[in-house]
Design a protein around this ligand. Structure first.
Ligand code: FAD
Length: 334
């Protein structure tokens, strides 16, 4: 289809309580820069049931407009209802490009919408820009197992759509809401929704790890040597109020669950402090954590590549360093 405007849209996914998921609000930051370069406005799209909190969050984080579709049929995400609503909005208003968080639902919705609208989609982007020569979105994502960063364009079909991982961008400062709120009455009859949510089962324990929202992460890699080697990592995390992360080597060895994995095939994180213990710093691990504000590496090999990205490095045995660090932090807090 043809773009009717130069506007850029950000799909702001909602939580069950109607608040915005972090990734949607994060995407308003690059969205603002891109919309300005494209010469259009930045619009957020919120679909859900009782979603005022998400609308307010979008309006106070840079959106010029917020399109809202509110209805009982959107209380739980379904591919059918959300696709119908989002496609109807796109067909009516014709944005030039759209960003969607690469969450489970976003990874489902983005391809479905792009296919239905015969547009293009670049999945799992880690950097975004506008090509100043042709005004098209330059979508950058890891390729060939993370060894190359590829920049992709979809020049002929609109809207240009991309999914972006949570944690790649930081939320902008909250400001006074000035956005125009546009409510659209789009309803989807029950017989058009082929799936039904019968029951919500809250994930328990380990699977509930919130790495993407964590301010401090202490991660362990193959250097911890086994599941019991995570004990000093967890002890340091506890005194810091941190979340425990891991490299894929530790996860693949079965020492800790996949919910803790940081990196290209794990979570992308952006904490204020990331402490990497016994992690060499492979490119696929760095892809998930190099956006951290401060990186501390503890590794016995002075040539480990993790030290190239670390702000502070300790060359030493993590089993000697971590207990001392944990004790000193405890004392300082006493
Ligand atoms: P290693 O590379 O084995 O490093 C262990 C480090 O521990 C070494 O530097 C060693 O010096 C140090 N060490 C050992 N003992 C001690 C000690 N007692 N004290 C201090 N230091 C010690 N990896 C990820 O992490 N996340 C991903 O999402 C991911 N996705 C991938 C996707 C693809 C397609 C591919 C091909 C690979 C992916 N990988 C990923 C794997 C990645 O390439 C590395 O193999 C992995 O990150 C290595 O983990 P590691 O650093 O824990 O282990």
């Amino acid at each position: 289809m043809e773009a009717k405007t130069k506007d850029l849209w950000v799909f702001v996914e909602t939580n069950q309580d109607g608040s915005a998921k972090n990734v949607g609000i994060e995407l308003l930051s690059p969205g603002k820069m891109m919309a300005e370069k494209q010469g259009g406005s930045l619009a957020a799209v919120v679909i859900g049931c009782h979603v005022d909190a998400a609308v307010q969050a979008a309006a106070t984080h840079g959106a010029d407009k917020v399109y809202v579709v509110d209805g009982e049929e959107y209380a739980h995400y379904t591919t059918d209802a959300y696709t119908i609503a989002l496609c109807a909005l796109v067909e009516k208003y014709g944005p030039t490009s759209m960003l969607i968080g690469a969450t489970n639902n976003g990874r489902d919705l983005g391809p479905r919408v792009s296919c239905r609208l015969e547009g293009g989609l670049t999945a799992d982007c880690t950097a975004l820009d506008i090509d100043e020569e042709d005004g098209k979105v330059a979508w950058t994502r890891p390729a060939f197992g993370g060894n190359l960063m590829a920049t992709i364009k979809c020049p002929n079909n609109f809207p240009q759509i991309g999914t972006v991982r949570p944690g790649v961008f930081k939320k902008c400062e909250e400001t006074e809401a000035k956005a125009e709120i546009i409510r659209e009455d789009i309803h989807v009859p029950a017989d058009k929704i082929r799936t039904q949510v019968l029951e919500l089962i809250k994930e328990m324990g380990d699977e509930n790890v919130d790495l993407e929202g964590a301010e401090i992460i202490v991660s362990g890699g193959r250097g911890v040597g086994g599941p019991e080697g995570f004990a000093p990592v967890k002890a340091l995390a506890e005194v810091l109020g941190a979340t425990v992360g891991a490299s894929r080597a530790a996860v693949d060895s079965g020492w800790i669950s996949h919910a803790h994995q940081v990196g290209q095939t794990g979570k992308t994180v952006g904490p204020k402090l990331y402490i990497a213990c016994g992690i060499s710093g492979a490119i696929q691990h760095l892809a998930g954590m190099s956006g951290s504000d401060v990186i501390v590496a503890i590794n016995k090999d002075p040539d480990a590549p993790i030290f190239d990205v670390a702000d502070y490095g300790v060359v030493g045995n993590l089993f000697e360093v971590l207990p001392v660090l944990t004790e000193e932090i405890k004392k300082a807090r006493a």
